[in-house]
Design a protein around this ligand. Structure first.
Ligand SMILES: Cc1ncc(COP(=O)(O)O)c(C=O)c1O
Length: 471
């Protein structure tokens, strides 16, 4: 048989993919990125037109990098949010420090697959970064962990481990045999929406959790109600999901008391500390999360208060073996020889980007002290904003501000009118905030978690709110 191409086949023009102009193209991107960073402060904070790209056929022949970059600048760039900027106060967003941004560029260039160790230093750097994080927030070295895509993925791992633990208490290896014979109850006071979503994904169901009462005017758990419920439960597999910094009220559960109960009732203790974890850097706030070191698993995020680009979540557990039983991927071609465990056996994905590098670079560049300064400044800005709201006749501060989230509403408005006022605020493009509910009432949330925010930004927003409410 001849190896020659058949004469009938059409000849394809060669695709031009090479590195010959890489430096020039990288220069274009770098200049654009520098200008974007400069403009973050002054560009509209959100594009409220809710843009949808015009329908275009997928490009049959490419336009080269310059064509693609032109299309990005014309079609995408005008519709971006300044979510990395100083007045994006929605959700709990965080920005990206310069070192973290540039570290993230490198991640794409070097394109390491941090699924299995044994072919580069990347897995060892992830392990080192986990160790730095544990040191930073003063958690003992018996914890190990993995960087995830975000706090939602970390909550998924926490519930997966909790589920495995609960199954083993009943003689069922859920990772091997499935859930069908297992009896599991989950107790929580104010689980983040992502935890409820994860209950659906781990097969326990969104409606499966038992609500524990909250303390008055707080989202923190009433521990006496937890005790009552745990004592009354005949379920052999129990999981408690506690919070270190709830997303609206910034409330902290009493983890010492909860850990005592979990020990007594052999319940798995998972703590969602997505951003509250970093309050441990501030001496007067650190006692709020006392007992965290007794958790079985902990969720946190680096893409929030650590100001690294999406996506970078954190998962810690004291039970690495149990995590590996739950997540191991077994195939001959996946086995490697390394002193570092394969992260594919500790998390959701098999193939993973070098997620640790931006965080590692940011910590190398600014140190723990840099993070402490960001956390401390953001808490001070939240206090400044809350104090202004409290002193204003036009606004009501709904909850005393204790960390970095401020919950408020216009004094005279309720329900839908609060949402309309929020929309007016966001339409100005000067600031972006998100809705919330406080004690059953519609509210506006402002969350401070960006390294670039200053007290001048707060003053500017106070002035804007005054103008809008009085017009
Ligand atoms: C307490 C808490 N848990 C979980 C999440 C989910 O985080 P992510 O969006 O990174 O998955 C958030 C996000 O705001 C949060 O505040």
């Amino acid at each position: 048989m001849s190896n020659k191409p058949s004469a009938e086949l059409p000849s394809l023009s060669p695709m031009v993919i090479d590195f010959s102009q890489f430096e020039d193209h990288a220069g274009l991107v770098s200049r654009w990125a520098a200008e974007f960073n400069r403009q973050l402060e002054s560009m509209p904070v959100a594009d409220m037109s809710d843009p949808i790209p015009e329908s275009r056929p997928s490009p049959e022949t490419g336009n080269g990098f310059e064509g693609a970059f032109r299309a990005f600048r014309n079609l995408i760039a005008p519709h971006l949010a300044a979510s990395a900027g100083p007045r994006y106060w929605g959700f709990v967003t965080g920005g990206a420090t310069p070192a973290a941004q540039l570290g993230d560029w490198l991640v794409s260039t070097i394109d390491q697959n941090v699924g299995s160790a044994g072919d580069s230093i990347a897995s060892a750097i992830e392990q080192q970064t986990i160790g730095w994080l544990l040191d930073m927030v003063d958690l003992p070295s018996e914890f190990s962990g993995i960087l995830t895509t975000g706090a939602t993925a970390s909550n998924l791992l926490g519930l997966t481990c909790g589920r495995q633990h609960a199954g083993l208490q009943q003689g069922i290896d859920i990772a091997e045999e499935g859930l069908s014979n297992a009896d599991i109850e989950v107790f929580s006071a104010t689980p983040h929406a992502s935890t409820v979503k994860c209950l659906a994904m781990v097969g326990l169901g969104r409606k499966s959790w038992r609500p524990v009462a909250c303390l008055e005017n707080s989202e923190a758990m009433d521990v006496s109600d937890l005790e009552r419920q745990l004592a009354a439960s005949t379920c052999p597999g129990k999981v408690v999901v506690a919070s270190t910094g709830t997303v609206t009220g910034n409330d902290f559960d009493d983890l010492q008391a909860i850990a005592d109960l979990c020990q007594r009732y052999q319940a798995w203790l998972h703590v969602d500390a997505a951003f509250g974890l970093f309050s441990r850097l501030i001496p007067e706030m650190k006692p709020w999360s006392a007992g965290l070191e007794r958790a079985d698993s902990i969720t946190s995020d680096a893409h929030k208060w650590l100001n690294v680009p999406y996506d970078c979540g954190i998962f810690f557990t004291r039970h690495q073996q149990l995590l590996m039983e739950s997540c191991s991927a077994d195939a001959a071609y996946l086995k490697t020889e390394s002193r570092i465990p394969s992260f594919m056996n500790m998390g959701i994905e098999n193939s993973r980007r070098f997620r640790a590098l931006p965080l590692w670079m940011s910590l190398e560049a600014y140190g723990v002290e840099g993070v402490r300064q960001i956390v401390s400044a953001n808490c001070e800005q939240a206090r400044q904003f809350a104090n202004w709201l409290q002193s204003s006749d036009d606004f009501s501060l709904l909850k005393e501000c204790q960390m970095n989230v401020v919950v408020f509403k216009p004094a005279a408005l309720q329900g839908e009118d609060v949402a309309r006022f929020l929309s007016e605020i966001n339409q100005t493009g000067e600031v972006f905030m998100t809705p919330g509910v406080w004690q059953g009432h519609a509210a506006i949330r402002a969350a401070f978690s960006n390294w670039q925010t200053t007290s001048d930004d707060v003053a500017r927003v106070c002035h804007l709110l005054e103008k809008l409410i009085r017009h």
